[in-house]
Design a protein around this ligand. Sequence first.
Ligand SMILES: [Zn+2]
Length: 198
Amino acid sequence: VPKSPKRPGRPNTIARELFGVPWGKMEPRDRRQEVALVLNLSPDQRMRFLAQHALDPVFDRTSFATLCDKFNVSYVQVAKAYKELKHSEGLLRAADHLPEIMEQVAQDAKGKTQACPKCNGKTEEGKVCPACSGSGTVYVAAEVERLRLLFDMVEPRQKGPSVNIDLRNTDKTEKLSDLYATVDGIVEGGTGGNDGNS
Ligand SMILES: [Zn+2]
C-alpha cells in the first residue's frame, strides 16, 4: 500500500465525508446525483467537469471519490464548492421571505388602539375610567425598539454583513439576479433531481 498522506485526491476522505461509504464502495445513486447537480452549477470549471462525469452514464460504475482522485480534486475543494452553492441557495430562499417579513416589521412598529386594560372596554355607569376617560380604548404607542428596527431596515445606518448578499469575501459583488442565474437549477428543481436523462 503506497503511503501518500499528501495526495490531493484523498478519495477515502471524499467517499466517507460526502457519502458515508468507504472508498471502493459505490455511493448511493441519489446522493451522488444530488451532489453532482449542485456542483454542476459551480463557477469553478473543474467542479462542473467533475459533476458532468459523475452524471455521465459511462461512469456509472466509477465512484465519485475515484472520479475526484482521477481529476485531482480534493475533498476540501468539493466541500467548499458545495457549501458555497448551498449558501447561495439559502440566501435566495431567505430573500423570498423578505418582503413578507419587512411588511410584518412595519406593521408591528405601528402604534395601535386597543381595549382599555383597566376597564376592559366596559365603562360602568356613573364612573369614568381614568385610564381611557370613558372611551373604552387606549392608544398604545409603538415601541422605540420596533421603530428602530423598521428605520434600520429602510435605511441602514451602518453597513454590516447582513446588507451584503454575497458573504463569501470575494472581490466581486454579486447581484441578486446573478445569484438566481447561478443556482436556478437547484432552487427550481428542489430535491427532485431532474437531470435530463430519461
Ligand atoms: Zn378604561
